[in-house]
Design a protein around this ligand. Structure first.
Ligand code: MSP
Length: 506
């Protein structure tokens, strides 16, 4: 069983930001989930190195383009490493093999007479790196996605891919495969984009304007349009056109933000159809993060959440947890350093970290450093155990992008019950009295066994912290395929050192 998950490849005209961190972390969570189910995984993430925007960013810094790209590429890689994103392949579109494969794809489409050369006058948005129709622009004639980057009037001769011959076929594919675009709101948005005849897609840029790109194989005066080249990464990462690409490609799922639905939902499937290749299995689309109060993040407002700053202050898992837990499927979600800190304190620190340290410290001091042996279980013990099993079951099943918040929410709700349980049972008081001392052992056993299940489940979301917690519980190996299972820790197990999981931050 294979699963191939891709993230967008990010423009390198600036440093990695929270949006980039988000999609790549979600991809990593899905990867860990599917690995837990026993799948073989391929996760690609990386950078989109071509196009006018990147070219101008290098010019602004006065750096030679290769040096600039190397610098940014190292920066993105480093951030993803720090975020515990376990990518299998880090994409760089400047790689020779990628460029050759892109040129091969273009030539094959050109040979089918699906590419035409013509003169075009239009409005260009550098932010989107695409031509815009009048109806795509705001009232004052700007791109709604990049209001601060003036659109440009451009008149050029370029090469265009014929799109309209494929529109009906694509609509039929969407109708026949309800899972092709998820969630349904974005599927409907895509159908809307395909409701009217499609204009030809400009797939080249004259070298006079852009040099940073893949040279067209049939006209060396031009480079390939950055989106055409970038989308092809999904194939070139898995060695297309080598036949070995096929088993991965069949299972390919693209994670994308809603901003790039059109290139992925319209351009990419049509490029593939034109090249005679199968379509990816699925497009999983997410909404965006905005600042607190629903305001778009911007440097001038000062509400930009820098992933590095959050990691330095609160640790990587504070960020991973917030992003996993608070993204809403159907609308934009709010983020700020304060919101992340609050969630960190209320959930990770109060419900998980304290719980582990309290129970494990107690076991270490009163039960000879060991997990006690449990006695007979009460109805309350059984109820808690069932709650935890139910709440964690979702991590033992296939998770789709849109499921992540609900599955993490279920776990933290169970952790809250676990806290209530231990407060109410108060093993520390039970221990003081000879008559109830045995009972205190059972309570500590039940609590720590439940916490083990919670932490095993959370390995998919906050792997570093969950790993530390499991080390304290002396769990060295987690079975695959993973399912929440009671009593896997025998009473008498030696407990490991207690490492502070989520230290309190000022
Ligand atoms: N280079 C293209 C993608 C080519 S893929 C073949 C591109 N790059 S980008 O740097 O602009 O990254 C866009 C992606 O970053 C979004 O689709 C999304 O995955 C992520 N995000 C950017 N801003 C975001 C938010 N505010 N919130 C959530 N994710 C966002 O487009």
């Amino acid at each position: 069983m294979k699963s191939y998950i891709t993230t967008p490849i990010y423009y390198v005209n600036g440093s990695p930001h929270i949006g980039h961190a988000f999609t790549s972390i979600m991809a990593d969570i899905l990867k860990r989930n599917r690995q837990a189910l026993g799948y073989e995984l391929m996760l690609s993430t990386g950078v989109d190195e071509h196009g006018q925007k990147n070219q101008e960013a290098a010019q602004e810094l006065g750096m030679p383009i290769e040096d600039y790209l190397d610098m940014r590429c190292a920066e993105f890689r480093d951030v993803f490493d720090k975020l515990d994103v376990t990518y299998d392949y880090f994409v760089r579109t400047s790689r020779d093999g990628h460029k050759e494969a892109v040129a091969g794809m273009e030539q094959s489409i050109f040979d089918k007479d699906l590419i035409v050369k013509k003169n075009y006058t239009g409005t260009y948005c550098k932010g989107c790196e695409e031509f815009k129709k009048e109806s795509d622009l705001t009232e004052d004639g700007q791109c709604p996605l990049h209001p601060t980057m003036q659109v440009e009037q451009t008149e050029e001769t370029n090469y265009f891919l014929k799109m309209e011959p494929f529109r009906e076929r694509l609509l039929k594919h969407i109708a026949d495969n309800p899972d092709f675009v998820q969630p349904v709101a974005f599927r409907n948005e895509l159908k809307q984009m395909l409701a009217e005849p499609l204009e030809d897609l400009c797939i080249s840029r004259p070298k006079a304007r852009v040099t940073l790109g893949v040279e067209l194989p049939f006209d060396t005066e031009f480079v390939t349009y950055v989106w055409f080249d970038a989308l092809a990464n999904y194939l070139t990462n898995i060695d297309w056109p080598d036949e070995s690409y096929a088993p991965w490609w069949e299972e390919c799922e693209h994670l994308i933000g809603k901003d790039i639905l059109k290139p992925h939902g319209v351009y990419w499937p049509i490029m593939l159809m034109a090249a005679g290749l199968p379509l990816p299995k699925k497009l999983s689309v997410h909404s965006h993060w905005v600042g607190a109060g629903g305001v778009k993040m911007s440097k001038s407002i000062g509400n930009v959440v820098d992933p590095i700053e959050v990691m330095d202050k609160l640790g990587v898992d504070a960020l991973r947890w917030y992003l996993a837990r608070h993204m809403r499927a159907d609308s934009d979600s709010q983020i700020s350093v304060e919101l992340i800190a609050q969630t960190y304190e209320a959930e990770l620190n109060n419900k998980l970290g304290n719980m582990l340290s309290r129970a494990a410290k107690f076991a270490r001091s009163k039960f000879d450093g060991k997990l006690p042996v449990k006695g007979e279980l009460t109805a309350e013990d059984e109820a808690l155990r069932q709650t935890v099993l139910k709440a964690t079951a979702g991590m033992g099943e296939w998770i789709d992008l849109a499921d992540i918040p609900a599955r993490t929410q279920a776990i933290i709700t169970a952790a809250a019950e676990l806290n209530e349980y231990i407060d109410k049972q108060a093993p520390w008081s039970l221990f003081k009295n000879e008559d109830t001392r045995e009972r205190s052992k059972t309570v500590v056993y039940v609590a720590l066994d439940c916490l083990r299940i919670v932490m095993e489940a959370l390995q998919q979301v906050i792997p570093a912290s969950a790993g530390k917690a499991l080390a304290t519980l002396n769990v060295t190996e987690v079975a695959r395929p993973w399912k929440p299972e009671l009593d896997r820790l025998p009473g008498g197990t030696e407990l490991g050192d207690i490492q502070p999981l989520f230290p309190r931050v000022q």
